[in-house]
Design a protein around this ligand. Structure first.
Ligand SMILES: *[C@@H]1O[C@H](CO)[C@@H](O)[C@H](O)[C@H]1NC(C)=O
Ligand SMILES: *[C@@H]1O[C@H](CO)[C@@H](O)[C@H](O)[C@H]1NC(C)=O
Ligand SMILES: *[C@@H]1O[C@H](CO)[C@@H](O)[C@H](O)[C@H]1NC(C)=O
Ligand SMILES: *[C@@H]1O[C@H](CO)[C@@H](O)[C@H](O)[C@H]1NC(C)=O
Length: 455
């Protein structure tokens, strides 16, 4: 009750202040350094996408060095581009990228997109969840308490299809849940299992929204566009919507771009948190600097716990990772796994830990990925690239996709980086939640059918 009153007052206050102060112009993308006209002062930060292929003053290593030295935030590193976020325009101005001879696209990220909106607590009954197409739920991002409301509503509305499992506690003691979405089975044969997980990296909000959209699509009437309930005749789905609840709450309450979990890693450590996606127990490494294939320098010392990519002292040190792994090992007949992430529009296969090692199932995995990318494009024309995680990004040991494939034995295991490719990055506007959900539903549908047909 008290909490709701707090939301209410804060919501009212923000409605008024937003109406007065938020500029109408959203963002602009331009090729070179920002000019005074399109850079309002003291308003949010700068996201710059720098090409590492077209030459210029810097190579990838220089770019990362500048980013680290100026305390900028590295948002994305691929083989050809690096995205760097400067929290202030001033920080960008003082960095050597300003006016440098490099190919870069500079985007404004408004502070109103960085500060999560404090707002009215929405009540599940106001979302009209009976229809996938008409619900208002998939039009905005939701804090954890609303996600819990959504999950409860799903179990209440579809008690025959949705069962909850408590899979353990997070580092800060939050209860973690998994949803089993399954049609009552008339045959004795166990259906193949399809696993979906939301964002391990807290700031990847659209991955959280998308896992909720997919959940909703799985229970919605087959007559609705993008509904996937017909898949329940052939599969049981297991969904872990919020793998990193502590980090997710932290992005709503303190730091929109928080990445890791919120684990205290030692009594004398000044930094908090483990990168969950480097903490899985397949080829886990203490020395896991970022990103090794780009820097080409072999890391000499264990990774600094203050870096975003800190892998922990040992595999499964993150209770969240440990809980999910324990749950997965209890499930029968798993055939497909999707790690939802953002951003970059990529569908990636194992392995992440090595660019030289290829899974024995690589050919089937890539064939399915090509079809899945086509299925995504059919929805709204969005193009996704495909390839192994290591070849698309960089060498990263302890990755969930490697573990799901090599240790849990899930043949079709993928990491899916959703939209976009660096215009909004982690601040993808909420209007995009639904189209992203729809194209991802097409992808799941395709993969499920592909796997059934090629069995
Ligand atoms: C950043 O640089 C531009 C010109 O390049 C200038 O107009 C603007 O005032 C600077 N902003 C800050 C916050 O220093
Ligand atoms: C910048 O944007 C343009 C147009 O969207 C695109 O063609 C180009 O590849 C981008 N460059 C970089 C470095 O991202
Ligand atoms: C909820 O959706 C149903 C079906 O689309 C519609 O008939 C009903 O009016 C909606 N209710 C609200 C409160 O929007
Ligand atoms: C969604 O709303 C539209 C317009 O009100 C209505 O025609 C349609 O039947 C609704 N769909 C569902 C599945 O309720």
């Amino acid at each position: 009750m008290l909490l709701q009153i707090r939301w209410l007052i804060a919501g009212l206050y923000l409605c008024v202040s937003y109406a007065l102060f938020v500029p109408l112009e959203q963002q602009s993308v331009f090729q070179s350094a920002p000019t005074p006209e399109n850079v309002p002062e003291n308003e949010g930060g700068i996201l710059t996408t720098i090409s590492t292929e077209l030459g210029g003053e810097f190579d990838a290593q220089d770019i990362l060095n500048v980013a680290v030295a100026t305390h900028a935030d590295i948002w994305r590193v691929t083989q050809s581009e690096v995205d760097i976020y400067f929290p202030t325009v001033d920080g960008y101005n003082r960095s050597s990228f300003n006016n440098a001879l490099i190919t870069q696209n500079v985007t404004r990220i408004l502070s109103s997109d960085v500060t999560p909106p404090t707002r009215w607590f929405s009540d599940p009954s106001s979302w009209n969840l009976t229809s996938l197409a008409n619900t208002t739920f998939h039009s905005e991002y939701h804090p954890l308490n609303e996600i819990e409301g959504f999950i409860e509503a799903m179990t209440g509305m579809y008690p025959d299809l949705v069962q909850l499992a408590n899979i353990g506690h997070s580092a800060e003691g939050r209860e973690m849940v998994a949803m089993r979405i399954s049609k009552p089975n008339t045959k004795t044969k166990v259906k193949p299992g399809f696993v979906l997980t939301g964002a391990q990296h807290a700031r990847e909000w659209v991955a959280t929204s998308t896992v909720l959209y997919l959940t909703h699509a799985l229970v919605s009437s087959a007559s609705e566009e993008f509904a996937m309930s017909s898949l329940l005749d052939f599969y049981d789905f297991y969904v872990i919507p919020v793998p990193n609840p502590d980090g997710y709450v932290y992005t709503w309450e303190h730091d929109r771009f928080w990445y890791k979990n919120r684990q205290i890693i030692g009594p004398y450590e000044k930094c908090v948190g483990i990168d969950m996606n480097r903490n899985w127990g397949h080829k886990w490494k203490a020395r896991a600097d970022f990103p090794t294939s780009v820097t080409k320098e072999k890391p000499k010392a264990p990774t600094d716990p203050c870096t975003p990519w800190y892998p922990g002292h040992r595999a499964f040190e993150s209770p969240e990772v440990n809980n999910i792994a324990n749950y997965i090992t209890t499930l029968p007949a798993l055939k497909a796994y999707i790690d939802l992430r953002s951003y970059g529009q990529m569908l990636s296969t194992p392995f992440a830990y090595s660019c030289k090692k290829t899974p024995k199932d690589a050919e089937d995995q890539i064939e399915a990925a090509h079809g899945a990318a086509r299925a995504i494009r059919l929805a709204h024309g969005t193009s996704f690239t495909t390839g192994s995680l290591c070849s698309k990004l960089y060498k990263a040991p302890g990755n969930v996709v490697d573990w799901m494939y090599a240790k849990a034995g899930i043949k079709y295991s993928y990491a899916v980086h959703l939209r976009d490719t660096g215009t909004y990055g982690f601040t993808l506007p909420p209007e995009w939640i639904r189209p992203v959900g729809e194209e991802t539903a097409n992808m799941v549908q395709f993969l499920a059918e592909f796997i059934t047909l090629t069995k």
